[in-house]
Design a protein around this ligand. Structure first.
Ligand SMILES: Cc1ncc(COP(=O)(O)O)c(C=O)c1O
Length: 471
């Protein structure tokens, strides 16, 4: 790719502004970083050729809910930088704890060694899970946590003399990450189909997505119907099935498909009845995103494995973990090394990441975040009412600190490339939003003030009208 091709139109022309500001040495402008990035960085989840027309934003710094580029243009981070950031960018309280940790211990391996941040974090998370999930196993990214939960479930049954239990069940439209094992329990064709021959396919059970309600049916009715479908599968094959994996309350990558908590209560019941593990992937919906610290709390159940990542480090550093129960831990506890869980990652339980997580939990406790978020969410829901009533909007929905709506189009041209056009137009309106298909969603950090709420709500509407040529 030539430099000329790779310079994004949004920044073309800026290159002339050069790097020299009187009194300063080279101050890079966005276009420099964009061109260099397009030459050397293979960006994730991106068809790179799209950057011939779609902007690439070179971020210079972040402050609170805002990201800034090198020209000082700002963007309200309406999706918490891929759902990770909870308390804003460059949060002074998290920064202070990280700086302190940097001078103590940056990293030590977790096999044969331990350290204060990982112990404190495990204890505090176990307390939050009412000591039901008392054992924490660490990794770095979300997909790794999913791999761990799947492997632990499989290995538990093997250690328990039931090695025929090797299969997994996931929900229709589920997303659990992009490593080969996690893709096997993912049902998003766009991410999965190209790798089909590499994957060990899971059974796909019906989704309780409330949008699937039949005329007159409630969200609880959809949940009952979905459970009936799962139960039929378990009746037939539970002797072969190790675990069912779900994203509690919201299937995020499916386009923020929200469902009734009753599904989780019923899922716990059928998993117990058929002796199958329940894996709750709370990587996106945990840490207060759904309205409670753990989404499963809203169903009054605890899973056998609970995966956390993203928000747990406040959006600072890669950290993931799987929490599990005493009897599962005990099934691996033995003199025989092969009965142990020998999985590992080099940065497992990294002290800096754990310390960021401790700082994040401190903020939850000190600022009564879950309660304050309820009021914040009510204000944003109110501000979004013009969108909820918009003639092109369907299924306006909200769960905790997640909002979403689906857009209907007046023709295929309007639909084609909608998400990219929305993203590009949003940038021009000082907003970072990345729709999924025809679903526009908001997943902001938990620090929006009234001005931010107004900006987020009004610009989301302006951009929609602009992209649909209604303004
Ligand atoms: C529910 C869920 N599980 C797993 C993952 C994978 O996490 P990571 O991207 O950190 O591997 C994601 C990422 O979006 C997710 O939303």
């Amino acid at each position: 790719m030539t430099t000329k091709q790779s310079a994004s139109p949004a920044f073309q022309g800026k290159a002339k502004q050069s790097s020299l500001v009187p009194g300063h040495t080279a101050v890079p402008v966005s276009s420099d970083w964009v061109a260099r990035s397009l030459r050397s960085v293979w960006h994730p989840c991106t068809q790179m050729q799209h950057h011939e027309t779609m902007p690439l934003v070179a971020v210079s710094h972040g402050r609170g809910a805002w990201l800034y580029d090198h020209e000082g243009r700002r963007y309200l981070d309406g999706i918490s930088s891929w759902w990770v950031n909870l308390f804003g960018h460059a949060n002074p309280r998290i920064n202070a704890q990280l700086k302190d940790q940097l001078d103590r211990l940056e990293h030590a391996m977790l096999a044969g060694f331990t350290h204060e941040p990982v112990v404190q974090l495990s204890e505090r998370l176990s307390t939050l899970a009412q000591n039901v999930l008392g054992h924490c196993f660490y990794a770095s990214d979300g997909a790794s946590a999913v791999e761990i939960a799947l492997k632990m479930s499989f290995h538990f049954w093997r250690n328990s003399g039931r090695e025929q239990k090797q299969e997994f069940v996931c929900l229709k439209d589920s997303y659990h990450g992009e490593t080969v094992g996690a893709l096997g329990v993912t049902d998003v064709a766009l991410f999965k189909d190209a790798y089909g021959p590499l994957l060990r396919q899971a059974h796909i059970a019906p989704s309780p997505d409330a949008r699937g309600a039949r005329p007159g049916e409630t969200a609880a009715g959809v949940a009952h119907r979905a459970i009936a479908g799962l139960e039929a599968l378990l009746q037939e094959r539970a002797d072969r099935i190790a675990a069912v994996i779900v994203e509690p309350l919201v299937q995020c990558a499916a386009g923020m498909a929200m469902y009734d908590a009753l599904y989780l209560t019923e899922l716990r019941r059928v998993c117990d009845a058929y002796d199958v593990h329940m894996i709750a992937d709370e990587i996106a919906v945990g840490c207060g995103r759904s309205g409670t610290f753990f989404a499963c709390e809203q169903a009054g159940v605890w899973p056998d494995f609970l995966c956390l990542s993203k928000g747990i480090s406040g959006g600072y550093l890669p950290l993931s973990l799987v929490m599990t129960r005493e009897h599962i831990y005990r099934a691996f506890y033995d003199n025989d090394v092969t009965r142990g869980f020998l999985h590992s990652h080099s940065y497992t339980g990294n002290p800096l990441a754990c310390r960021a997580a401790l700082a994040t939990l401190d903020i939850f406790a000190e600022d009564d975040v879950l309660n304050v978020n309820r009021q914040r969410a009510a204000r944003l829901t109110q501000a979004l009412q013009p969108l909820a009533k918009h003639p092109r909007v369907r299924h306006f929905r909200n769960q905790g600190m997640i909002w979403a709506f689906d857009v209907v189009f007046d023709g295929p041209e309007q639909q084609s490339g909608f998400a990219r056009r929305y993203f590009t137009s949003a940038l021009q309106h000082e907003l970072l939003l990345r729709p999924i298909g025809n679903t526009v969603y908001l997943m902001p950090p938990y620090i929006l003030d009234d001005d931010d709420i107004e900006h987020l709500a009004s610009r989301t509407l302006t951009v929609l009208n602009e992209v649909l040529n209604l303004s």
